[in-house]
Design a protein around this ligand. Structure first.
Ligand code: COA
Length: 252
């Protein structure tokens, strides 16, 4: 297991399954071990009847800088298949309990697309939602090509996912990517208050309401797999390798 993901039960009745990124020196870049830990935490939380909501948090200044670049290289070189990412994404796309998330600062790549599966996301105004997939010669992932246009309409989804334009917290709120912007001091209190609010509701009725409101999970998981196949092919392309190498070499 990795200590780059912290798992905790919070709330008055320990009903909140809290998953927190804890790799601040790398801006919470997500490794395979971290995906595996998050997938397990979600499935453990789903199986535990005392858990009523999942909470996903980062650290001050960084929710996540996205997939770890070294791991991208490992998959590109054939050293890993990267199945841990899929296990996590399928777990996230199919949870039945509500998911509340909080963002301060960087939310890059999957650090942005995670929130498209969340039910209430709070972010600080200075947060930066950015998906530079195409700049890295990659394609949208995590079901974002389906979820983003449904949430924001084509043009905003295209601006974020294809043009790679960053959205501030406020722009993300206006676009419908997140629920609400709050100050840094208010961020975690707002996340926990929202999660506690949901945790107090009749769980079965909430699960049914959530299922009715969200896109069909079978469609979402099918899109995750479709995107994944295209993403994997692009990951092995010469243009993607050049982009990863440029990132690695940028400080030399
Ligand atoms: N994978 C691996 N390491 C990463 C990382 C990532 N996705 N993002 C940041 N890091 C590491 C950096 O290599 C650096 O490590 P070092 O101190 O050992 O050199 C550390 O985190 C801090 O990053 P740094 O680039 O120095 O900070 P910054 O504030 O100047 O920039 C980012 C932060 C996130 C904007 C920049 O690091 C970046 O663009 N990262 C890549 C993001 C990305 O493209 N993710 C994939 C999306 S599909």
């Amino acid at each position: 297991m990795t200590d780059h993901i912290l798992i905790d039960r919070a709330g008055e009745t320990h009903a909140l399954n809290v998953i927190r990124f804890n790799r601040p020196d790398k801006k919470n870049a997500i490794t395979r071990a971290m995906y595996a830990a998050m997938a397990k935490a979600l499935s453990d939380g789903e199986a535990d009847d005392t858990v009523r909501a999942h909470v996903i948090l980062g650290t001050p200044g960084a929710f996540s800088s996205g997939n770890d670049m070294q791991d991208f290289m490992a998959v590109a070189m054939g050293a890993s298949k990267g199945e841990e990412v899929f296990d996590f994404l399928i777990a996230l796309a199919t949870v039945t309990k509500p998911v509340v998330s909080g963002v301060d600062g960087l939310a890059i790549g999957i650090g942005t697309t995670i929130h498209m599966h969340c039910d209430l996301t709070f972010a600080t105004p200075a947060s930066r939602f950015h998906t530079p997939f195409v700049d890295l010669a990659l394609v949208p992932e995590a079901g974002s090509s389906l979820l983003a246009p449904a949430a924001m309409g084509h043009q905003k989804a295209f601006a974020l996912l294809a043009a790679g334009l960053p959205f501030s917290g406020e722009e993300a709120e206006r676009a419908g990517l997140i629920f609400k912007t709050v100050s840094v001091d208010e961020l975690e209190p707002a996340v926990f208050a929202a999660a506690e609010h949901l945790a107090a509701k009749p769980p079965k009725a909430l699960a049914i309401a959530r299922r009715l409101i969200k896109p069909d999970p079978d469609l979402v998981t099918a899109r995750i797999r479709e995107e994944g196949a295209l993403f994997a092919a692009q990951l092995k392309s010469a243009e993607a390798l050049a982009a990863f190498q440029a990132f690695m070499a940028r400080k030399k």
